[in-house]
Design a protein. Structure first.
Length: 488
């Protein structure tokens, strides 16, 4: 009889691709799942997981929290692969190099960044492959303007080189440069179609929010899919659609029925978060979203912005400062229903939009664990998956447990679609041993808008490439088994 490196014994194994949902032993060796068995397996290490769910590790399509500290919070929420696809990074080689040099507890991957390439061409930014490149320049008007054809060609060439370097697709933050010519967006989508990789869009304004928009933000995405053949992924459809989500999802449904490839994701919170210098937070247009300066609260500060003068001042002084944008009231069932419909939409992925941690005092030290006092974030960074499993599965019954697991694992693996992802999101022999083990009766988010980085509860074990990152509910700070995921 084979003796495996690790056996997870007697758990309820959920494999969304085969539909397996039964008590099994899982044998792991050499970083891969080797056997899924109805009879007991032998292992050097055997962990009794009776009463717990064993499923593929969660794959987050949308995390801006790329350092070790961010990974660790996400590990305690069941995540095993952290992908930065919406903002992306430019150049991706630098982002991969940095993560490999420092080590990461979770697997990581990057799309290339249309916005940062645009900043380089139009605003002279010299990017280093970090989210800070985008945040530091978010409010500068030079990069947000329509570009002449020669500049668009240069931007497309830069993106093409990054795709050749292994980028997982193209992140398109068009919502942050909402006046660009729609032909540029189509040119970027056409590049993605040629490369056979997805785009990841933060949509520009919906026509309901800005009648003067060059094109409706939702129409633009589905049109690009239909006209170029590209796979267009619609990021956080909840937060850009707000109360117009039914119209947007109806449009997605229609073009899908016609054969276009448009996928979606959502997160289960009513507040968004971005840099306060974002184009759509300009004081003169806030009202279009039904917002006032008092709908905004700076991360790490008490209360909300007092008035328009305060908003103008912080946009000028610190445009990259993270700000809560209170879009929908989570305590109002009618408003929360918009978010539920985005999450329950057919084949929608759960994705966090995790934001970089803010260190309010002292110098940021992403290697420190446990995190010191004064580190804050949006609660979605630490709590998205626990919240889906607690609120939407256990308390509301909106999704079955198996369906929720599918939306956290197989669905995002298939959105990314590169060969390396065919070994993830699955518990089958030959697949990567990225596994999450949780108690379905207690799993829960604990992070709130007040205590923003409280780790989720109920995740007993998180295994990445066959190695424990979380064991018996405790994070192992010395464990850095994360590997790069690229399109190569
Ligand atoms: Zn976004």
């Amino acid at each position: 009889m084979t003796t495996y490196d690790l056996v997870l014994s007697g758990g309820r194994v959920i494999d969304p691709e085969t539909g397996l949902d039964a008590v099994r032993d899982v044998g792991v060796s050499g970083g891969q799942v080797r056997e899924v068995s109805a009879t007991p397996l032998a292992g050097v290490t055997v962990v009794d997981v009776r009463g717990l769910v064993v499923c593929p590790g969660f794959i987050d399509l949308h995390s801006h929290s790329a350092d070790q500290a961010g990974h660790r919070l996400q590990a305690l929420d069941g995540v095993t692969t952290v992908l930065e696809l919406e903002a992306g990074s430019y150049p991706v080689a630098a982002a991969y190099r940095q993560a490999a040099a420092e080590g990461r507890p979770l697997n990581y991957g990057f799309a290339t960044s249309w916005a940062v390439a645009r900043m380089a061409v139009l605003a002279g930014v010299r990017p280093g492959g970090d989210i800070d490149d985008f945040m530091a320049n978010i409010g500068r008007p030079e990069w947000q303007r329509p570009a002449p054809a020669a500049a668009v060609r240069r931007i497309v060439e830069m993106l093409e080189r990054d795709l050749a370097d292994g980028a997982l697709g193209i992140g398109i933050l068009v919502g942050y440069a909402p006046r660009i010519d729609p032909s540029e967006y189509l040119a970027v989508a056409a590049l993605a179609a040629r490369a056979g990789l997805p785009t990841y869009t933060h949509a520009r304004e919906l026509v309901e929010l800005d009648a003067t928009t060059p094109i409706d933000g939702a129409e633009e995405i589905v049109k690009a899919a239909a006209e170029t053949g590209a796979h267009m992924h619609y990021c956080h459809v909840n937060s850009t659609s707000i109360q117009h989500v039914d119209r947007v999802l109806g449009l997605v449904e229609r073009v899908r029925a016609e054969g276009a490839r448009v996928t979606t994701e959502a997160y289960p919170y009513g507040a968004g978060m971005t840099g306060v210098g974002a184009a759509f937070l300009a004081p003169e247009i806030l009202h279009r979203r039904g917002l006032t300066p008092h709908s905004l609260g700076l991360l790490g500060a008490e209360g909300r912005l007092a008035d328009e003068a305060a908003l103008r001042e912080v946009r000028r002084r610190d445009p990259g400062a993270a700000v809560f944008v209170h879009l929908l009231d989570e305590h109002d069932p009618a408003q929360f229903a918009f978010i539920e419909r985005a999450l329950a939409f057919p084949d929608a992925a759960v994705a966090t939009d995790a934001v970089p941690l803010l260190w309010r005092s002292g110098t940021a030290d992403p290697t420190a664990w446990p995190l010191p006092e004064g580190v804050v974030s949006h609660p979605r960074t630490a709590g998205t998956y626990g919240r889906v499993l607690r609120l939407l599965v256990r308390e509301k019954g909106l999704l079955s447990l198996a369906e929720a697991v599918r939306r956290c694992t197989l669905v995002p693996a298939d959105v990314v679609g590169v060969p390396a992802m065919r070994r993830k999101g699955r518990v089958q022999p030959g697949c990567d041993a990225d596994l999450t083990v949780f108690d379905p009766s207690t799993v829960a988010d604990r992070a709130t808008y007040e205590s923003t980085i409280l780790p989720s509860a109920g995740f007993a074990h998180v295994v990445v490439g066959g190695e424990f990152v979380v064991r018996d509910g405790e994070l192992l700070p010395e464990s850095l088994p994360g590997r790069p995921v690229t399109a190569l």
